[in-house]
Every structure is written in C-alpha cells, then in structure tokens.
Design a protein around this ligand. Structure first.
Ligand code: AVJ
Length: 328
C-alpha cells in the first residue's frame, strides 16, 4: 500500500515495513556473493554520515570537485553561456550548486530528487541565495525520463550531475541513466558531470576507509538499519568494514566482512556467513579520460571539454547531446 512519507511515495506493508527495502535485502542475502543495492545506505543516519565523510581529510572528491567549480567559472560561462535551465540530478549540495549557478547565470533552476524532503530543503536554500532565479523542484526518479515543468520547456537545458554519483552504477545501469538524461533534457542540451579518476590504490582505499572510521560507520549503518527496520539480528560489531580496489572493473568496493562464522535472522528468515565471507554494499567506479569518454558516448553524450583539479584527482566533463550522424 503506497503511503506518504514526507512527499515521497514509499510502499509499506501493514506493519510499516518498506517492501522494496525488504525485497532487496532478502534477495541480496540469499545470493552466493551477498550484496545489497547501495541506495539503501542513505537513510537519514546514512545521509548524515556521508556528509561527514565529505569532511574527512582522506576523502578528496568533494574538495577536488569544488576546487574545479570555483576555479573554472570563467570557462563555464564561456562554453555554457547564460539563459539555460539548469537541471540538477539529485538535490543540490549547499556548496557546489551555487558555484555553478553564479558562473552560468541560468534562466531557471530545476532540482530533481526522489526525496521530497531533500528537494524542498535544496529549493529553499537556493531561492534564498538567488532571489531572482525561478526554481522549479520536481520530485521524480531520474533513472527514467522525467517530464520537466512547462515553464522551462522552451529553454535550452544544462544537466548537472556532480559527485561522481555515476560511479555508483555498473556500466549498463550508468548507460541507461545517461540515455534517460538525454531524453529528459532534449536535443541541444549540455551535461556537466563529475567523474572520479583512477589513481594510486593507497589513496583510493584510504578515501573509502578513513582513519576516523566515518566510512566504516556509514557502511555498518546499513546492517543497523536492517536490524531496526526488518527485525534483524545481525551482530553488527562482528562485521568489519573493508574498502577494496577491484582492478578488473576499476572500482572501489565496500564490503562488510564476517569476523567469525555468523548466524542471524532478517524478516523471519535465517542466514549464515562463514568467517571471511562478505556482504558487498557499494561500488564506486573510477575512470580514465578515455573510459569516461567511452561511457558518455555510449549514453548519447559527446564530450566537449574536461577539467581536473590541481592534483589531477577528479574530473568534470562537459558533454553535448549527441546528434545521430552517419559514420563509418
Ligand atoms: C556519494 C557516490 C559520490 O562513491 O564516493 C563515499 C559515496 N561511499 N564513501 C562515493 C561514498 C563511501 C560516494 N558518492
């Protein structure tokens, strides 16, 4: 039965359990390699912990991307131009979005998010900072084509997808998303997308296993959430956080590793883990200049410009909606 939680529609059963969460967890724990979709990491506690991660010294992506956005304002203005509708996929962070909006002087701002609560907060923050800018929040799942408000239909669009969130998706899902964005934004649109770069493995693993243990808490919070929302008995303190580099797929993986043989219950179903067995909880793909370009092209976007920070840690890529052309 769909019920209102804030503005967001969440399917809950009669005892108030999120049925999509329960379905993903039960299916994921029944697999030979246990795995749970990363989106379930972001409940209120998880979202707060992620904000904390962006402040730890080892986690460079937020700082590096913010550096690019402040340093390249002049270039964005030149290549993007004013008067577009900026469509942000995911609610704007308090720092990055204002930097972009100041640089490109848009005609409208359209934040898209699946969570009405985040959306309202982002829209209010932006309206206070840019009182003359029309803001049209849209609550939607941007993995599919989204119908934009009529007020922006004639404006050329600039999609904004910062944070290397695209890196959380395996390539086929990332391509689906890029194609959905292309459909949402239309021809003549541009996309400014953050993509984190392949680099020294030690730097990558430290970024996802900080000394203060904030990322470990973020990862373990998923097990805690399963226990509290799905009647689970997972011994959370017997699961160790691990960040591993998977070189074949160029990604950091987060796992929860059983420190000893474990038996537990989730939603009335029994599960067991051998010592050393893991639950895979997140992928964070990293890119080279060419692998980033290949992914964008596969999704219908032609790269036109690229910027990196002063330490070459992170890239921001500007791409234009590809026009089908005859090619060999
Ligand atoms: C929010 C997807 C950009 O993959 O770097 C940070 C999430 N996970 N530390 C990332 C995350 C662990 C983050 N993104």
């Amino acid at each position: 039965m769909p019920t209102q939680q804030g503005l967001t529609l969440v399917d809950k059963d009669d005892s108030g359990v999120d049925t999509a969460f329960r379905g993903d967890v039960l299916a994921g724990l029944a697999q030979p390699q246990k795995a749970i979709p990363a989106r379930w990491l972001y409940d209120d506690a998880g979202s707060r912990l992620f904000e904390e991660i962006t402040q730890v010294p080892e986690y460079y992506p937020t700082r590096a991307e913010t550096e690019i956005l402040s340093a390249e304002a002049g270039e964005f203005a030149r290549l993007i131009g004013e008067g577009r509708a900026v469509v942000e996929f995911g609610s704007g962070s308090s720092v990055k979005t204002p930097l972009l909006l100041s640089a490109v002087d848009p005609a409208a701002y359209v934040p898209l998010d699946i969570s009405g609560d985040f959306l309202r907060a982002a829209a209010e923050r932006l309206s206070a900072q840019f009182p003359d800018l029309p803001v049209y929040p849209v609550e939607a799942d941007f993995m599919r084509q989204v119908e934009l408000p009529a007020e922006v239909s004639v404006l050329p669009k600039l999609g904004f997808f910062p944070g290397s969130t695209i890196g959380n998706m395996v390539p086929r899902t990332a391509v689906d998303l890029l194609r959905a964005m292309r459909a949402t934004l239309g021809s003549n649109s541009l996309l400014l997308i953050g993509m984190d770069l392949i680099k020294d493995i030690g730097v990558l693993e430290a970024a996802y296993d900080d000394a203060a243990g904030v990322t470990a808490a973020f990862n373990r919070n998923l097990a805690r959430r399963i226990n509290s929302e799905l009647g689970g008995t997972i011994p959370v303190e017997r699961l160790r956080h691990e960040a591993r580099w998977n070189d074949e797929f160029a990604r950091i993986e987060m796992h929860l590793v059983a420190q000893e043989p474990l038996e537990f219950i989730v939603a009335d179903q029994p599960f067991a883990m051998a010592r050393g067995e893991t639950i895979h909880t997140e992928n964070s793909h990293k890119f080279s200049r060419r692998s980033a370009n290949a992914l964008l092209l596969a999704g219908g976007w032609t790269p036109v410009a690229r910027w990196t920070d002063s330490e070459d840690l992170f890239s921001l890529i500007l791409a234009e909606a590809s026009v089908p052309r005859n090619a060999p």
